[in-house]
Design a protein around this ligand. Sequence first.
Ligand code: HEC
Length: 100
Amino acid sequence: MITTVVAAALIVALPLLSAAERTGENIYKTKCFACHDSGAGGAPKIGDAAAWKTRNKAGVDALAAAVRKGAGIMPPMGGCGDCTDAELKAAIRHMMDKSK
Ligand code: HEC
């Protein structure tokens, strides 16, 4: 009985813990790299300072609003449907930091 309760608690808690652990780099490398490493579909490539100059100026809030909606072939939330707002912004900041 107690084992069942503990097991049930773990099943509920583990995804929450792993979700809370995701860094911007982690999200980028699992959800965003496919397009933003290669520039697929006209995606601004990570590390391409020219492509990011005006985007970095626009700031993370404006970029996050665009990513939430989706743009071109980029799906809403950049394909990270389970990203929190903080995780999405952390991923965007990771891209901005690498693209100065
Ligand atoms: C299926 C390919 C694809 C995936 C996956 C993808 N993107 Fe994009 N992204 C694009 C393309 C294409 C554009 C350029 C859209 C345009 O300006 O027309 C873009 C643009 C952006 C921009 C700039 C938006 C602007 O207003 O200029 C940001 C920031 C961004 N993506 C972040 C992300 C993040 C964060 C993720 C992962 C959570 C992600 N993208 C996943 C294709 C993708």
